[in-house]
Design a protein around this ligand. Structure first.
Ligand code: TXA
Ligand code: MG
Length: 317
């Protein structure tokens, strides 16, 4: 069992010793280590069972730490930073030598994020450490959005979880590649594309879902073994898949012919931000019950809808 607490100095002391600490962010919980300590970073991969070709994001308090870690930072970074950071966006930038290859899987770029959670901001500020942190789940599983989610899956492997309550955004950050001349979205996430495009203009979205090491950051994840997850129009799907062991994930409606306890409404008012915040919790809840088939509604193609659909598709893979 990990210690679950809100004590920041204890978390800092562990990180300074090269230990792992799970940290709350506004998106999902992260599994953090000092990014400049190669051994500590190696233990992240070990605890998650994560392949070494999948690089980690480095979390910082503010942009004053950037010059030590990154180079050739383009102007568009600063415009995005002023508008969205701290917040659910990760910037891919050219790295400096000081960042261990293990963090970036040998790439000459690094993912940088300024998370917006008061506890973790205080930890980043007080410690001054750059924290390498992937989502705090075993490799391939959905990301944790509460301290208890982390404890359930990684509690035996890590000493400490900083408890910041449930994550307000609930899906991982949007990743934008700023390391080449043209900005590109590598992962849809907690910051809507439309909002980013207000700053950058029209932007290419280039996400993949293969298990292709050439395309880090876009690995497909598998949902629970033994469960089938189908995405589409629920009324249509129900024609062939209704019954006691069927569950539904919908944006705002309930349906006839399915036990009400198997129906998960992400947001009764149809609010996509609230839907995103509830998504991973709901997937975990349906994992516990006696359910074989999950029918998930395709979200509308606006705001956080595409990011939610992306996560559902990965879970369905
Ligand atoms: O919201 C988030 O981003 C959360 C919280 C904890 O910050 N973190 C997170 O980390 O989702 P992780 O490791 O589960 O996903 C980060 C993704 C990885 O799939 C990785 O391949 C991609 O970011 N990534 C990291 N560095 C990269 C790089 N230099 N180039 C391309 N992709 C990169
Ligand atoms: Mg992850």
């Amino acid at each position: 069992m990990a210690k679950i607490s809100t004590n920041i100095s204890e978390a800092q002391a562990l990180l300074e010793k090269g230990e792992l600490v799970a940290i709350p962010t506004e998106t999902v919980y992260g599994l953090a280590a000092n990014a400049l300590n190669t051994e500590a970073v190696a233990s992240i991969f070990e605890a998650k069972g994560r392949p070494h070709f999948d690089p980690l994001i480095v979390h910082l308090y503010g942009k004053s730490q950037l010059n030590e870690l990154c180079q050739n930072i383009p102007d568009v970074f600063y415009r995005l930073y002023e508008t969205f950071s701290p917040g659910p966006i990760t910037y891919i930038l050219k790295k400096k030598e000081i960042i261990p290859d293990l963090v970036t899987s040998g790439n000459d770029t690094v993912g940088i994020r300024f998370p917006n959670h008061p506890l973790t901001r205080e930890l980043l500020f007080e410690s001054g450490l750059p924290l390498a942190a992937p989502s705090a789940n075993p490799f391939g599983y959905v990301s944790p959005t509460t301290a208890q989610h982390v404890e359930n899956q990684l509690g035996k492997r890590i000493p400490y979880i900083l408890d910041g309550g449930p994550c307000s955004v609930g899906i991982e950050s949007t990743i934008i590649d700023l390391s080449t001349g043209t900005p590109k979205i590598l992962r849809l996430g907690g910051l809507a594309l439309e909002e980013i495009e207000e700053v950058t203009g029209k932007i290419e979205v280039s996400t993949h879902s293969s298990s292709n090491p050439q395309a880090p950051g876009m690995l497909s994840s598998h949902y629970s073994p033994g469960k089938k997850l189908m995405i589409g129009n629920i009324e249509e799907l129900l024609k062939t898949h209704s019954g006691k062991s069927t569950a539904i994930i919908s944006l705002s409606k309930t349906f006839e012919g399915i036990p009400i306890e198997n129906q998960k409404v992400l947001s009764p008012s149809g609010d996509l931000k609230l839907a995103a915040a509830n998504l991973f919790k709901v997937l975990r809840e349906l994992d516990k019950e006696n359910i074989d088939v999950i029918l998930a509604e395709l979200m509308p193609n606006i705001g956080l809808g595409p990011a939610i659909n992306d996560r559902l598709k990965r879970a369905a893979h």
